[in-house]
Design a protein around this ligand. Structure first.
Ligand SMILES: [Zn+2]
Length: 129
């Protein structure tokens, strides 16, 4: 099968239309299906990944995304946000001795947070902004 990649602009329009038509969408898979449905009005060969839809929606501020996650056993590494690719910031607490301890990380663009054990995103809920 020949798949074609839609442009960012086409995906953004499709995300807007899907959210406008359906309101809150309760999973990333559902969101991607709805976006594909919109895209297929223009070209039935279009394909798009769930991650591309999520990242574009967040980057362009089209949706509020509620992130559910579960703790894994892996230690969290500082760096890029696994949800949107933005930068994560250390969350710090003051200790009684006047120092600070890191207790987790938070992304300032999408709101994803994690403790010292890596929190794996399991469910995304999209709401129109
Ligand atoms: Zn993020």
């Amino acid at each position: 099968m020949a798949y074609r990649k839609p442009s960012d602009t086409e995906i953004l329009d499709a995300i807007k239309d899907a959210l406008h038509r359906h309101g809150t969408v309760s999973s990333q898979r559902k969101m991607t299906e709805l976006v594909l449905k919109e895209l297929h009005r223009h070209d039935t060969d279009y394909a798009v990944s769930e991650e591309r839809v999520r990242r574009l929606a967040l980057k362009n501020d089209l949706a509020t995304v509620e992130i559910h996650g579960r703790d894994s056993r892996e230690k969290t590494k500082a760096g890029a946000c696994p949800v949107c690719g933005g930068k994560t910031k250390r969350l710090r607490n003051q200790t009684v001795y006047g120092g600070t301890v890191t207790f987790g990380y938070k992304c300032s663009s999408c709101g994803y947070w994690t403790g010292l054990k890596h929190r794996v995103p399991t469910l995304y809920i999209f709401a129109p902004k």
